[in-house]
Design a protein around this ligand. Structure first.
Ligand code: PEP
Ligand code: MG
Length: 918
């Protein structure tokens, strides 16, 4: 006995079950399951993914595989009462791939294995009789058996074609040309007009093509055909298209495919035969009923090729009531058994129904929720299972308005779908114009090369944002996602000319006021209006659709599943919000506080000038004047937010502006000064400004004077903010509200930085708060790797940590947030260095490790230390699961992602082994 004889590589269908997908692939596991349910599955066996892995690792079949195939083949032959390739009554088999995850059309299939020059005659004879496939009589003259003689030769030419192309890499066009040639000679366009003689001639031509390209004759030995076909399926795992598909779908590269060897059944034996596909519910809407297509006298590949039009499955009832009733019965059983929507493929061979495949079917986002709700109603699954079966990406899709499905406007450009949804409106090129037109009640689309913080008002006013540069985490993308606003970024076919108020695309010019439509899911840009429908799910979250009173299956299902997610989740969900309006909306969406209020956003627009004065102040008086002017404005900002978030924690982050965003651009200022000097104007003030901007200019502003560093350098800045926060909290509380402020210090890398700020802050707080009962916490962001690595020390001075995963990713990888995505991430994604941008979904191994260390050491130093996250990752479904796992207390994300985070936090709580909703 060799060591390998103990490895089992081949399973009869009767030996497997649906839970063995890792071993038998999806198709094999489900064929086994149906076999064991007693459903009519053509007999066969599955060669395991393990055999494929071994083959791919060594370039040869593992020991013992050939013998196991032989044994299973013999059993199959006994069961069918036929031998593979028998000249009188041949058994034919199909050889089909089937991996753990469905990879539609990516890998190979070879049908009709077992046909050769002799068995084609036997097949014709067997198929010619009307007594069914096992009849042994029939006409000895193959040319005399009419349509079914034709069938045998057609099957043979299909084998040579598929085998040649798949197994021996003969160019597929060669066969297609020969087929076209045969039809031309016959004066027809239809394969069905070719008769047995034509097809016999075609087989000869095909064999010549085969020999020319491979240097050998088409193999006549059935077992050799089978072995080569199995090997080709193994190898198709590493075909280029399969590799690309896996990368895109994030399917691991080392799984390998299983191979199913199945007795052939034929749907093309005449009008009492046929083939079809069906769903047990509508995969589009989730509605109950039978959805499917049927094609009489055809094989599955004809349906895919669209050679003839299918008919709705219901018509099968007239054609073959027995098979139809049996099919409905089987579909009901499968649904009950899998407790989910199933899709199936079947064939009817001369009135006998065969099931060729089933699996839990793919569905739209809406159908996923509706079906999960229905199955709970039907008592098939419980609410935990319903929650497991939907996901945040689906919910996010349902929260955006969308274009009507059947519009026929062609796209003119395509960029990155940066923030989903659909928007139409008049083109504007400046923030000011967007605000102006929106005030007149017009829908506008803000078009820019790229946006910056000064475009904020325009972005708020616009229906959507279109940029010609930038990726998924460009300013436009991040801010738009935060606002739940549609955005297409990086549409580089578009040439934007802001001064001329127009853009050009594909030779066409679009001017201010012209209407465009953008689809933030697909990244497509259209000229003119495309009709839009609003999201009912948002109307529900906003409170304008009451699930108890609307007859809307989707809204009711979402309500039910969200309620359950809330009951299950351990993570709290807060929001990132800088205005009262955002806070109010987030609260309606279920936010349980604010996890990040970015105060630098409060210094844009009119107040920008005050900040500029502050930063550039030449004297103490200049500075204190600017601070005094800012204090009441800030206080009012906080009053508004505390009122909206009454009773809930509000984390206010002290100012963290990258300086370059607040100072006038150096080059522009230099040009202005030079021009003014040329004209002989008095430019003393501008010159002083220019000198100051030069002095403060930084090569790497993201790594420069920002965050706590700025607070320590500009006296009084943080103090003013702390005072504004404390005064606002006291004012709101005195008015009967309940303010729960948490002051957060940004960009801390050393505990001494935090201690310095904290000492000053505590003095001010004690002075302002007095006996008002207001309690103010002081904590820090953890967004510099050094902070994560010294979290034990920092926790001594911090009442809470909030992970700033945007900066932590930037500094952990050394990737400039502003530059790298557009510059080279496409190449990294292509090379598979990462499957998704680490700015979008948390890098568990690297940045995630920093978070783990900080959480552990922080809590060790200060038990009960409150931990949250407020970077973009707080609203990313996969990342939410990670934050659950590492034991954070809350995630904080933009208002529109709050429901997504609630749902995923609920899913994380019920799933111990991560999400598997592919
Ligand atoms: C972060 O760095 O993750 C963060 C939340 O701060 P900002 O994005 O404002 O730098
Ligand atoms: Mg940051």
């Amino acid at each position: 006995m060799t060591a390998h004889e103990t490895d089992k590589y081949v399973y009869d269908f009767a030996e497997g079950n649906k839970d063995l997908k890792d071993l038998l692939g999806g198709k094999g596991a489900n064929l086994a399951e149906m076999t064991n349910l007693g459903l009519p599955v053509p007999p066969g066996f599955t060669i395991t993914t393990g055999a494929c892995q071994a083959y791919l690792a060594t370039g040869r079949e593992p020991d013992g595989l050939a013998g196991q195939i032989e044994a299973h083949l013999q059993a199959l032959e006994r069961e069918m009462g036929r031998r593979l390739g028998d000249p009188d009554d041949p058994l034919l088999v199909s050889v089909r791939s089937g991996a753990r995850f469905s990879m539609p059309g990516m890998m190979e299939t070879v049908l009709n294995v077992g046909l050769n020059d002799r068995s084609v005659v036997g097949l014709a004879r067997q198929a010619g009789g009307s007594a069914g496939p096992t009849a042994s009589g029939g006409n000895a003259d193959p040319t005399a058996s009419g349509g079914n003689d034709r069938f045998a030769w057609d099957s043979y030419r299909r084998l040579i074609q598929m085998f040649g192309k798949t197994v021996c890499e003969v160019p597929g066009e060669e066969f297609e040309h020969a087929l076209d040639e045969a039809k031309r000679a016959k004066g027809t366009h239809d394969d069905l007009d070719l008769d047995a003689d034509d097809l016999r001639g075609l087989v000869e031509t095909y064999k010549k093509i085969f020999a020319e390209h491979t240097g050998r004759e088409f193999p006549q030995e059935p077992r050799e055909q089978l072995d080569l076909a199995i090997r080709a399926v193994f190898e198709s795992w590493n075909a280029e298209r399969a590799i690309l598909y896996r990368r895109q779908e994030r399917i691991p590269a080392d799984l390998g495919t299983a191979v199913n060897v199945v007795a052939m059944v034929f749907g093309n034996l005449g009008p009492d035969s046929g083939t079809g596909v069906a769903f047990t519910r509508d995969p589009g809407s989730g509605a109950q009923g039978i959805y499917g297509d049927y094609l009489a006298n055809a094989q599955g590949e004809d349906v895919v090729a669209g050679i003839r039009n299918t008919v709705p499955l219901q018509e099968l009832e007239q054609l073959d009531k027995t098979s139809y009733d049996q099919l409905l019965d089987i579909m009901a059983r499968l649904e009950g058994h899998y407790q989910d929507l199933c899709d199936i493929e079947f064939t009817i061979e001369r009135g006998k129904l065969w099931m060729l495949q089933t699996r839990v079917g793919k569905r739209t986002a809406a159908a996923a929720f509706v079906i999960a709700g229905q199955l709970v109603d039907e008592g098939l699954i419980d609410l935990d299972e319903a929650l497991h079966r939907v996901n945040g990406a689906q919910l996010a899709q349902l929260m955006f308005p969308r274009f009507q499905l059947d519009h026929d406007v062609p796209p003119v450009a395509r960029g990155i779908g940066a923030s989903p949804g659909a928007a139409s409106g008049a083109v504007v090129f400046t923030s000011a114009r967007a605000v102006e037109l929106a005030a007149e009640g017009k829908a506008v689309i803000l078009v820019r090369r790229e946006t910056n913080p000064d475009d904020l008002n325009g972005m708020i006013a616009a229906q959507g944002i279109l940029t010609s540069r930038g990726g998924k985490t460009s300013h436009a993308a991040v801010v738009a996602r935060g606002m739940g606003k549609t955005c297409v970024s990086g549409a580089d076919e578009i040439e934007v000319n802001v001064p001329a108020k127009r853009f050009t695309v594909g030779g066409r010019t679009v001017s201010e006021g012209d209407v465009v439509s953008i689809d933030g899911t697909t990244g497509k840009v259209y000229l003119g209006e495309v009709p839009v429908v609003p999201s009912e799910v948002v109307q529900y979250f906003e409170g304008s659709l009451d699930p108890a009173h609307v007859d809307n299956a989707l809204v009711r299902a979402v309500h039910r599943i969200m309620t359950h997610a809330d009951a299950r989740r351990r993570l709290a969900v807060r929001t990132n919000a800088d205005t009262g309006a955002d806070a109010a909306r987030a609260r309606r969406f279920g936010a349980e506080g604010i996890g990040l209020c970015r105060t630098e956003h409060m210094f844009l627009g009119d107040r920008r000038e005050l900040v500029e004065r502050l930063i550039l102040a030449a004297t103490d008086t200049d500075r204190t004047d600017a601070l005094a002017a800012l204090l009441p404005l800030q206080r009012q900002d906080f009053v508004e937010i505390f009122c909206e978030m009454a009773g809930l924690p509000v984390t206010v982050r002290l100012i963290d502006p990258p300086l370059h965003e607040f100072l006038p651009p150096l080059e522009q200022l230099a040009v202005n000064v030079a021009v003014a000097q040329e004209r002989g104007e008095d430019v003393a003030k501008e010159e002083a400004l220019l000198a100051a901007v030069r002095r403060m200019h930084e090569e790497n502003p993201m790594l420069g004077l920002r965050g706590v560093r700025l607070g320590l350098v500009i006296p009084g800045l943080f103090a003013m903010q702390v005072r504004a926060i404390a005064e606002a909290a006291v004012a709101v509380t005195r008015d009967g509200g309940a303010a729960c402020p948490e002051i957060m210090v940004p960009l801390v890398g050393a505990v001494q930085e935090l201690e310095t700020v904290r000492a000053e802050a505590e003095k001010i707080i004690a002075e302002v708060v007095g006996d008002s009962g207001v309690e103010v916490l002081i904590g820090t962001m953890i967004e510099v790797p050094r902070a994560a690595l010294t979290a034990g020390q920092i926790a001594e001075a911090a009442q809470f940590f909030s992970f700033g995963t945007n900066d932590l990713t930037q500094m952990g990888w050394g990737f400039s947030r502003d530059d790298v995505e557009g510059a080279f991430f496409w190449r990294y994604l292509e090379l598979g260095i990462f499957g998704i941008s680490p700015f979008e979904s948390i890098d568990r191994d690297g940045v995630g490790r920093l978070i783990r260390i900080a959480a552990e050491e922080g809590r060790a130093a200060r038990p009960g230390l409150k931990l949250g996250v407020c970077g973009e990752h707080g609203g990313d479904p996969d990342s939410v699961h990670f934050f659950h796992e590492v034991g954070l207390d809350y995630v904080s994300c933009s208002p529109f992602r709050v429901p997504v985070a609630r749902l995923e936090a609920g899913r994380a709580a019920i799933e111990t082994t991560g999400s598997d909703s592919r």
